[in-house]
Write a protein that binds this ligand. Sequence first.
Ligand code: HEM
Length: 532
Amino acid sequence: MWPAGGGDPWPPASVAGSVTAALLVAAVIARFIIIPHLRSSSGIIKPRRPGTRPGTPAASGGAAGSSSAARVPAGSLGWPVIGETPAFILAAYSARPESFVERRRALYGSKVFTSHLWGSPAVVSSDPEVSRAVLQADASAFVPWYPRSLMELMGESSILVLGGALQRRVHGLAGAFFKSPQLKARVTADMQRRVAAAMDAWRRDAAGAGATTVRVQDEAKSIVFEILVNALIGLDEGHEMQYLRQQFKEFIAGLISLPIKLPGTQLYRSLKAKKRMTKLIQKITQEKRRKMITKCEDRPQGTTTHHPRDMIDVLLGNGSDELTDELISDNMIDFMIPAEDSVPVLITLAVKYLSECPLALQQLEEENMELKRRKSDMGETLEWTDYMSLTFTQHVITETLRMGNIINGIMRKAVRDVEVRGHLIPKGWRVLVYFRAVHLDAAVHGDPHAFNPWRWKERADVTAGGGGGGSFTPFGGGQRLCPGLDLARLEASVFLHHLVTGFRWAAEEDAVVNFPTVRLRRGMPIAVTPRT
Ligand code: HEM
């Protein structure tokens, strides 16, 4: 789900421009102004053996075994100071962000090459196996790396930057909670209620003219945010929820901004917003702590506790001293990012791709109509398992994740010289694991720019979370594999079910913007007509 930027409406052209400027300035002031000695006079790096770089010992083991033949991949460090960041950003703003990688792949004859991004030398991987090995590696080889403004806003105790045992503990607790049938049942019920209310309003608006126009991205954002926030901190709809959403929008706008904390800057405003959110979340946490202690004292010996209602309950229930109020609030705020960003974008992209592929839309409608009929004949309501068992709907979501690349890739920093499948990544360098270039590689997924949900029919191994040996990693992998992946699929399934069984629609023109976050330029306006 990371990184995100944005907020709503996202982003006016001026914001996008200032983001580019911010990234460039960040690169300049990021102190890595000494272009390493590996640069040749042409700026091109030739592969070389470990140990030949001054001061570099031979690769000491690696993420995926070691070999004496490990070399720094061929590539270029680009311009002094700014490296290849401008070229990366230019490509990112175009319709084919992966062209940055494709061009270099052709030039160096390898899916793994050296570059210089965000102020540091970096190895870029678009090779499924190398990417998989980096994702699988632990904190003794790589730690997460994010732009400075993001690090500042997330805080030191964020799961995104934590390493070692504490990360594993928070990850494990979050994963178990998000996967629990109890939470899925509640999220399904809440989602159905919220989607029904939103769609009733569409029907009312359409009553006179027969159709009304809605922006899928905005609708999905307000529905998903409230549901996930409720699952995270137990807050119900109302005044405090509205306040939190406002503050969150201010917070998220600073995630990719100039790393300057002076009054008037976005980062300053975002930090203030974070403080206000922290105050509210810590108040909720403290109330929960108090109640928990009182309940414990009142409970007869030997009786068990109830299933936790939200993520704060889960963390408090763990009883560890390391899970402080600060850690809890920092993480609850970070967990809200997919609620405001990734999941709504997944829903919106699915609607866009379906609008452009009538055959897929028809099959999706048939599958969902059939389920609706069956359940209504039996007088039953839909359960989370019903949604997740819709095979074609799941293929549509999988294909949307592959094509949409909501998270383009992730960055790590090598904490020592690391060797990955024959490539040396020197200590201090970044690795960009670029999911997008793998998902859109014709050698990995045939005809990659075609929306083809049927391609997943034979590939249950990939979608079951295995990641197909690094060929399909929209949710990352290894120790940091997204713990919210089932929830994201579930929420998208519920939304799509009610949309296709309740309405027909005609989509207006819209375009996908890929940088700094993926979104639809106009929020995906569609004219919806209720089915009779
Ligand atoms: C379409 C929706 C989503 C996408 C594409 C997505 C993608 C990702 C990716 C790629 C990572 C790996 C980051 C890394 O390796 O550094 C990740 C991590 C994470 N995701 Fe998601 N995510 C989504 C939804 C969610 C949801 C709904 C939640 C829960 C509220 C969630 C919570 C997390 C957390 C807590 C992590 C950090 C795990 C760790 O570092 O241990 N995500 N996500």
